[in-house]
Design a protein around this ligand. Structure first.
Ligand code: ZN
Ligand code: FE
Ligand code: FE
Ligand code: ZN
Length: 270
């Protein structure tokens, strides 16, 4: 089984199960390594209903460290400490100061808002029927390009998240807006995750799609795997499918993380 590098905790207010329960689930599934990556507590009252408060970060870190200590005794998966950090206009100053002080193994860079629109929020789904889909994707990938340019993040989270509800631009437009962003991701030496939560959503497809993944491979962009678990049972979700997806795109290796450094490993055969 593969490392799972995208896991939430109830501190984000929309996940269930304590870190110990995620650990037990990973252990049963023979996951060799797991990284908790809960949403960063941003200042400026940014999206407070989907994240812990600044004060709660110490509690988060202590909880993950307590689980990491268990892994030594019970021979479960190795446990890493990470965050999923939103990129948005004006986030850099805070992240540039805050991230290096937290002793993290992984920083996922994600985008959940186009201007004030929570485009992946099921409560705001109907907005998709009233916007220009291609323009919305373009806005998203402009943000993704800027995310990469900050060089603050280790990997891009759910890279083609705008597809979540099944709204796609034409293939040709998609390529034109995405390929230059992949060039930026490569230049920033970031990885891209194969995020299996897309399989649980209306689009029923791993993030990112195959066209993007092949283009990423051509650019030498490394990959890793994440379930985006918000429940203990979701750890390692559909990782066999993800492995086949990576192989289909021509990948033969993936990367492990420790202390925000990458180390390649050979992918098992499907
Ligand atoms: Zn979440
Ligand atoms: Fe996310
Ligand atoms: Fe997530
Ligand atoms: Zn997520």
């Amino acid at each position: 089984m593969l490392p799972d590098y995208h896991i939430h905790t109830p501190l984000c207010r929309h996940a269930e199960g304590e870190p110990e329960a995620y650990f037990e689930s990973a252990k049963i599934k023979n996951i060799p390594e797991m990284c908790f990556t809960d949403h960063v507590p941003n200042p400026d009252n940014y999206d407070p209903e989907h994240r812990m408060t600044r004060d709660e970060f110490a509690l988060y870190r202590d909880k993950i460290r307590a689980v990491a200590a268990m892994s030594g005794n019970e021979r479960g998966p190795r446990v890493l400490l990470g965050v999923e950090a939103d990129y948005y206009e004006g986030c850099e100053k805070f992240l540039r100061e805050w991230l290096p002080r937290q002793d993290l193994d992984i920083v996922i860079g994600s985008i959940h808002y186009i201007r004030n629109w929570g485009f992946d929020n099921p409560d705001e789904r109907e907005v998709w029927d009233n916007v220009d889909v291609t323009e919305s994707w373009r806005s998203y990938f402009e943000l993704m390009g800027r995310l990469a340019d900050t060089k603050l993040f280790d990997l891009a989270g759910h890279f083609d998240l705008p597809k979540k509800f099944g709204y796609f631009p034409p293939e040709k437009e998609m390529k034109a807006m995405i390929l230059p962003v992949l060039d930026k991701v490569a230049r920033a030496e970031m990885a891209i995750e194969l995020n299996t939560s897309g399989l649980r959503k209306p689009v029923r497809e791993i993030y990112p799609g195959l066209m993007i993944l092949e283009a990423a491979r051509e650019r030498g962009i490394p990959i890793c795997f994440g379930s985006d678990a918000h429940m203990p049972e979701e750890v390692g979700y559909e990782f066999t499918t993800a492995l086949a997806w990576a192989r289909k795109a021509g990948y033969k290796e993936a990367v492990r993380f420790a202390g925000r450094r990458k180390k390649p490993y050979a992918l098992p055969s499907v």
